[in-house]
Design a protein around this ligand. Structure first.
Ligand code: ARG
Ligand code: ZN
Length: 881
């Protein structure tokens, strides 16, 4: 057997367990910036049934082998073959043996940020998904679980802090005091992707936590010196997460120490390494002057997410990478539930659905669409997607809605009981819920296997005489790459029939589909549900709380939608009613503009309904802010679906925002001014909601004369980043006279705070101006810009290509050319980041022919580059397929 080489197809259907198990792993790191020596002693055991002497094939990636010995004796040259990308022992003994491998690696030169690398002098690791093989040769896959002991040695001055997974068991210093070492032992078997080590000169923030059963846990957050004060919120979020997991899922922490290390250079959000989480510092550090409310909620959510992985991911891991959603979808679901409990459930739900639609629905509608559990991949790093994470979480929620909260809780308990210590599959997971609920979940598995967003069509008819309401429901799912036809999936449709007074009507009898409480189980391609004893003509409120990740197509008249916006008892559907009204109008307006006409007028009844919501003091501020925010340009584009003209969409949206601002200027100004009384900053839901509402009002006011003085004042008087950034954005986006001065002030004020400077780049990259691309190009040469820092690259290049559709999709194709060139430059250094940026091309086929042709030219230009990483080859290949 040969080791697979990078970029080669891997198929779920080909899964085989390894021939050998690795029971223990002893690692020894002799740290040096350019020449770190890694000694790995592996206790290897042939699995039952393995043929005597079957070759042992270990993965590697860019490794330099120093030596290899078996049971203490150097292996003869003919006994093994080693390349940078693999090591094969031709005929190992047919009994347990120890393999000792010494490799030499160069952390300083590791700009891919996978494996062992340095971030501003700190040694750190990122091993998920396949980074461990960049440290030593190994069976680098999630179904090989081993006990790790890690020794780290380094000069004291360079790395006073030495960390690895588990508990520190030994440490010592050389006689002259210049070198020291630490040995860490993790008692829990784990796959290699959960391995971590950190060494550097870091400051420590400490706290403690006592678990429900009385275990005292030492909590440590390591940050760069000077950032200690900024870790307070993260620590608080960690303690709340630990308590919540005990209360909501009965899960306790299982080691005596839990560490988080914040680093500045990180490809993703964070990583759940056992006992030693490593974080992008964006998700740890916060202070009111430098972090927005969105940053605070991000920190709370990611801290919780990584902590929750300790059970859903670490204690129970994945059999193979196809099962990634087993840990990610489930853990996102858990962090979403946590945040809902900590803040406002409806507001959290609306925010999550906005993200789901913007990211996952868009992904699902293009060439990068894939099932929540894919069946083939070429580069696993490209599958850490909105589909696996966010749709994966929606499936857990839909499952819970279908089987009920009690059966769901029993299923989770059974899963933890039965699979603790396992590397499990989606089938294993679903079997627990099938058993707990006594239902057949085979049809539910289709949700994991089929890509694409199902479309549910609903048509209601009311027969006044018979007091009968008939609801025709049908589901379809569009073709996606490799899946031309689809089967129906079980869709929970949470509903209410809203009567004339705004209350849900009592429904006495139903037929045509399973209806449990307020949930219709739509399981067939089409079903007709008949409600009897319906006293008055109802307005159906369907898919309440967004009970399934589908597109709902219901042709309610405007009056009915306005009625739901005003009266639905389900806050999600009140918000959704406004979104639906705006979407219909914006599509029509974009079509008119694209055809050379002008925007039709915005419906007055809709505008006044928005005014009513804005002024309704019984509604919380955060909710009002969400209702006032129109669907994004990306959402409108996806709804249009083909021959998209992003310029026309931006114009339609701008016109509608201006029409709303003009009609409601007095209302908005009055509300804004009443909210302006200073209150001390608190990052909680109430404070954040108040700021979100006030900043949304400012955003509208910025479009009318009333905004002029208010924007500058908002900027000057801000005592927190949320307000200051909102004002800066309004000034820059409207091209106001004060914009340049505010940008200069902002830079000067925050030049020592990289995370704040990231925002300075984002504002300029997302400005709705035809000059933006020039600005972005110029900013790549700014002294504060660096292609080696992923946060910086995402803030400039990522924000421009993902969050500024009209400018990225410029009709002259210059946005595409810029992204292509940038990705080509970046690819040799950091292929994961390059591939991720190129995700911006995922909607290229939906563009009008002119843009489509220009995007294709750029995609082909990238595809022709040699060498090209497997990461970029995969994304570009799928985009062009
Ligand atoms: N498991 C991490 C999380 O919590 C994500 C790590 C992904 N890293 C990568 N290079 N693909 O979501
Ligand atoms: Zn995760």
């Amino acid at each position: 057997m040969m080791s697979r080489h990078a970029g080669q197809a891997v198929r779920l259907a080909d899964y085989q367990p390894t021939l050998y198990a690795i029971e223990t792993v002893d690692l020894d790191f002799l740290l040096s910036p350019h020449a770190t020596l890694v000694t790995a002693r592996l206790a290897i055991v042939p699995r039952d049934g393995t043929d005597a002497g079957a070759p042992l094939v270990l993965d590697g990636d860019g490794l330099t082998l120093v030596s290899v010995s078996l049971d203490g004796r150097p292996l003869a040259a003919e006994a093994f073959t080693a390349t940078p990308d693999g090591l094969t022992v031709a005929t190992p003994p047919a009994r347990p043996f120890t393999l000792e491998i010494v490799t030499e690696i160069d952390p300083e030169a590791n700009l891919a940020l996978s494996g062992l690398y340095r971030s501003r002098g700190t040694y750190c690791t990122q091993c998920e998904a396949e980074g461990f093989r960049r440290i030593t040769y190994f069976l680098d896959r999630p179904d090989v679980l081993s006990i790790y002991t890690t020794r780290i040695e380094a000069p004291v001055a360079e790395a006073p802090i030495l960390l690895a997974n588990g508990n520190q068991i030994v440490s010592g210093t050389s006689a002259d005091g210049t070198r020291h070492f630490a040995v860490w032992h993790d008692p829990y078997p784990k796959p290699s992707y959960l391995f971590a080590m950190v060494a550097g000169d870091l400051a420590l923030v400490r706290d403690d936590f006592v678990t429900a059963s009385g275990r005292e846990v030492d909590l440590r957050i390591y940050v760069e010196h000077g950032n200690e004060d900024r870790a307070t919120y993260a620590m608080d979020a960690l303690k709340r997460s630990m308590r919540w997991d005990e209360e909501a899922f009965g899960r306790e922490y299982d080691l005596d120490i839990f560490m988080i290390v914040a680093v500045s250079d990180f490809n993703m959000g964070a990583m759940e390494n056992k006992g030693l989480n490593i974080f992008n510092d964006k998700y740890v550090l916060a202070a009111p002057e430098t972090a927005t409310d969105q940053d605070y909620t991000g920190i709370e959510g990611v801290i919780a997410h990584e902590y929750f992985h300790n059970w859903t991911g670490n204690r129970i891991t994945c059999r193979d990478w196809f099962q990634l959603c087993l840990k990610e979808g489930l853990t996102v679901f858990r962090d979403q539930e946590f945040s809902s409990d900590q803040r406002s459930r409806p507001v959290k739900r609306i925010s999550d659905v906005r993200t789901l639609r913007a990211q996952q629905f868009t992904e699902d509608a293009g060439p990068l669409a894939h099932p929540v559990r894919p069946e083939i991949y070429h580069e696993i790093n490209n599958f850490y997607t909105a589909t696996v994470y966010e749709k994966g979480a929606e499936l857990i929620r839909a499952l819970k809605t279908l089987i009920g909260a009690d059966a769901f809780a029993r299923g989770m308990d059974l899963y933890f009981d039965r699979h603790d210590g396992d590397a499990a599959t989606i089938e294993d997971f679903l079997a627990c819920f099938a058993e707990a609920s006594g239902s057949d979940l085979a049809p539910f598995l289709m949700w994991y296997r089929q890509a694409g967003t199902p479309r549910v069509t609903a048509r209601g008819t009311y027969d006044a005489e018979a007091r009968r309401f008939t609801l025709d429901l049908a589901q379809t799912c569009p073709p996606t790459p490799g899946q031309p036809t689809k089967l129906p999936v079980p869709i929970p449709v949470r509903f209410g029939l809203v009567g004339p007074n705004g209350a849900d009507l009592d429904v006495t009898a139903v037929s045509g589909a399973t209806v449990k409480d307020d949930v219709i189980h739509l399981t067939e391609a089409s079903q007709t549900v008949v409600f009897e004893g319906v006293a008055a003509r109802p307005v159906p409120s369907l898919l309440r709380a967004f009970s399934a990740p589908v597109v709902l197509d219901i042709d309610l008249p405007l009056e009915d939608r306005l009625f739901l916006l005003g009266h639905d008892s389900d806050p999600f559907n009140r918000w959704e009613a406004a979104q639906a009204i705006a979407t219909v109008a914006l599509k029509a307006a974009a079509a008119a503009i694209a055809a050379g006409g002008t925007s039709p007028e915005t419906d007055r009844s809709f505008v006044s309904a928005l005014g009513t919501v804005a002024a309704d003091e019984t509604l919380d501020h955060a909710f009002r802010a969400l209702v006032l925010q129109l669907p994004s340009e990306t959402d409108i584009a996806r709804e249009i679906g083909s021959d998209v003209d992003p310029t026309a969409i931006a114009a339609a949206r701008r016109n509608m925002r201006r029409a709303i601002a003009e009609a409601l200027a007095d209302t908005f100004a009055g509300l804004y001014d009443r909210l302006s009384t200073a209150e001390p900053f608190r990052p909680d839901a109430a404070g954040a909601g108040r700021r979100a509402f006030r900043n949304t009002l400012l955003d509208y006011l910025s479009l009318v004369p009333a905004g002029a003085g208010r924007m500058e004042r908002h900027y000057d008087t801000a005592d927190n980043m949320t307000d200051r950034l909102a004002a800066l954005t309004a000034l820059v986006f409207t091209g106001a006279a004060g914009a340049e001065a505010a940008l200069a002030d902002f830079y000067d004020r925050f030049k020592d705070h990289p995370l704040a400077i990231d925002k300075w780049f984002v504002v300029q990259a997302t400005a709705p101006s035809d000059d933006t691309l020039d600005t972005v190009r110029r900013l790549t040469g700014h002294p504060a810009f660096a292609f080696t820092n992923p946060n910086r690259v995402r803030s400039l290049v990522g924000a421009f290509s993902m969050a500024n559709p009209a400018q990225f999709n410029r009709p002259d194709g210059a946005g595409y050319a810029f992204l292509a060139s940038t990705a080509i430059d970046l690819d040799p250094r950091n292929p994961q980041l390059a591939a991720r940026l190129l995700g911006a091309f995922r909607s290229w086929r939906t563009m009008e022919p002119g843009r489509r042709a220009k995007a294709e030219v750029e995609l082909r230009r990238i595809a022709a580059v040699r060498p090209l990483s497997p990461d970029v080859t995969d994304i570009v290949g799928r985009c062009l397929a």
